[in-house]
Design a protein around this ligand. Sequence first.
Ligand SMILES: N[C@@H](CCC(=O)N[C@@H](CS)C(=O)NCC(=O)O)C(=O)O
Length: 295
Amino acid sequence: MSTQEQTAPAPEGNPLAPDLATGPVHSEPVAAPSENVGEEATAGATAAAAAGIAAATESAVAGDVSTDPAAAAEKKIVLHHLDDSRSQRVLWLLEELGVPYEIKYYKRLPSKTAPPELKKIHPLGKSPIITDGPITLAESGAIVEYLIAKYGKGRFVPTEEGWVDNLYYNHYSEGTIQPILVMGLIFTLIPQRSPFLIRPITLAICKNVLNVLVDPQVKANAAMIEAHLAKSPSGWFAGGPEPTSADFLMSFACETLIARGGNSAGEKTKAFVSMVHGRDAYKRGLEKGGSYAYA
Ligand SMILES: N[C@@H](CCC(=O)N[C@@H](CS)C(=O)NCC(=O)O)C(=O)O
């Protein structure tokens, strides 16, 4: 997708163009922040998304976006879904959007890694991945932004005031908190998977790493999330009346904080997760997704 020229007009006849192209795509460097930075940026980003999606829809794209002629002919979204994974949040979003889609299920191996079949869909073989016609897209953040831009019909978009918060938590989700949570998981698993004789040693080392490197970071991050949600009038990350991309993305991290136990998650974080779990679309996604240890 990054190979697309932002200034390229949406190809004529593309069904996305009327929905998304709300104005000319910015071809000049972004000016110094103004008071309505959220509004301008949203319009620019939306138009860029329109051009990008339209161009990608029309042609095969280099990089991690590949072409599957069978899926392209079928024109239906396919979610490549792994059990007990962050793919669940994409399932929630697909249910909220109400678009037709199909789930292809992949079961974790006893090692807890994904089965090799996922690598046939995308070289990294991680879930979630979606295919939508000729487009194959990995990375939750990219998928969530893509689906909202293409199928949101104006829903799940932050207000002008919430735009920067939404941007921050979109990136923070996979960029900061998730690596810390995964690091915690790995250092918890190492002693369990160590040969019996050296287990006391690995346990001692891993406990130390967890105490010094992981737990303080989890605590600081959990406190930041809690303080942020405490300021949100609606309890959503961008503070508006409806969930936005940041909420879909942050749902997994917040669920994981709760699952860690030990007061990792504060009251506002728990209230956020309850609000997510109370939504009909989330419940439908849960029924369809199979095993999910975090709800
Ligand atoms: N940053 C990626 C992470 C993808 C990822 O690591 N997915 C996990 C599931 S939660 C996975 O596929 N694990 C199986 C494996 O690594 O083999 C995203 O958000 O999509």
